[in-house]
Design a protein around this ligand. Structure first.
Ligand SMILES: Nc1ncnc2c1ncn2[C@@H]1O[C@H](COP(=O)(O)OP(=O)(O)OP(=O)(O)O)[C@@H](O)[C@H]1O
Ligand SMILES: [Mg+2]
Length: 254
């Protein structure tokens, strides 16, 4: 089943209108699609338009067949919970004053889900899902490692059982060993929950570890996309070749 369809999307800013140019991407249920490209090529701008944080200049974003940017009012609010975003810096998404438990309860409260008891049970479940001990729930962000913070951010994004997770450089700020754990977690969530995930990064070595398919972005355009193995072993576009040449070979596998 196709969860996300981005069709001929263009977007930008008032003083720079052409940041994302004519982008077409699809993500199916249970699939991780990686978007890779150098700093400034338009990845975050693309992510913001897909999640509905910014509006496109042209083109359409369909989530389960519904045009995301045509929604208003109640329909928009109801829709928001199905697409969640994880950002590069978890410390900025988590409030320093909230305990982990409060941070994970908040989305449930906002959407009026369950009662105190069922919300508490759901928080325990979320902590377990991302591999954190229950006692971590009583801590605040600054009492956690970067990897733990990003797990909390992912757990918070998963609280409302989204069907699409858009991750914008979720491991860039983490050590390589911690990166691997978060990447494994995302693979595990895809397999166990059938989650669809758009995973954005500037590092091909990271993206190819978990993506089923890869889209290569260069100067606002997708210059090549296909199955991970195909794109990384038989690249067609010169920019993809350059990207691979610049990527140190690292051992990878699931
Ligand atoms: N709010 C803004 N107003 C104007 N221009 C912006 C704004 N945000 C980003 N840009 C410009 O849009 C282009 C793409 O930025 P974007 O953040 O989407 O790139 P990116 O691929 O996410 O880069 P990085 O890998 O560094 O995160 C850049 O040239 C940037 O300067
Ligand atoms: Mg970015």
């Amino acid at each position: 089943m196709t969860v996300l369809e981005v069709e001929r999307l263009s977007a930008g800013y008032r003083n720079r209108v052409d940041v994302v140019k004519d982008v077409t991407i699809r993500v199916d249920a249970g699939e991780i699609v990686g978007v890779v490209g150098e700093s400034g090529c338009g990845k975050t701008t693309l992510a913001r338009v897909i999640t509905g944080l910014s509006r496109p200049r042209a083109g359409v974003v369909r989530f389960e067949g519904v045009d995301v940017h045509a929604l208003r009012g109640q329909a928009l609010r109801a829709h928001r919970r199905h697409i969640q975003m994880v950002f590069q810096d978890p410390y900025l998404t988590l409030s320093p004053r909230q305990t982990v438990r409060q941070a994970l309860t908040e989305p449930l409260l906002i959407h009026r889900i369950g009662d105190a008891r069922s919300r508490s049970a759901r928080v325990d479940e979320l902590l377990d899902l991302v591999g954190l001990d229950p006692e971590v729930g009583e801590r605040r962000p600054r009492q956690l490692s970067g990897g733990q913070q990003q797990r909390v951010a992912i757990a918070r994004a998963l609280a409302l059982e989204p069907r699409l997770l858009v991750c914008d450089e979720p491991v860039t700020a983490l050590d390589v060993s911690v990166q691997a754990k978060v990447l494994n977690l995302l693979c595990d969530l895809r397999d166990r929950l059938g989650l669809a995930c758009l995973f954005i990064a500037h590092d091909l070595a990271v993206v190819r570890q978990l993506a089923d398919r890869i889209a290569v972005m260069h100067d606002g355009r997708i210059v090549e996309q296909g199955p991970t193995l195909e794109v990384t072993t038989d690249p067609r576009h010169p920019y993809t070749r350059a990207l691979i040449a610049a990527t140190p070979t690292i051992p990878f596998g699931r």
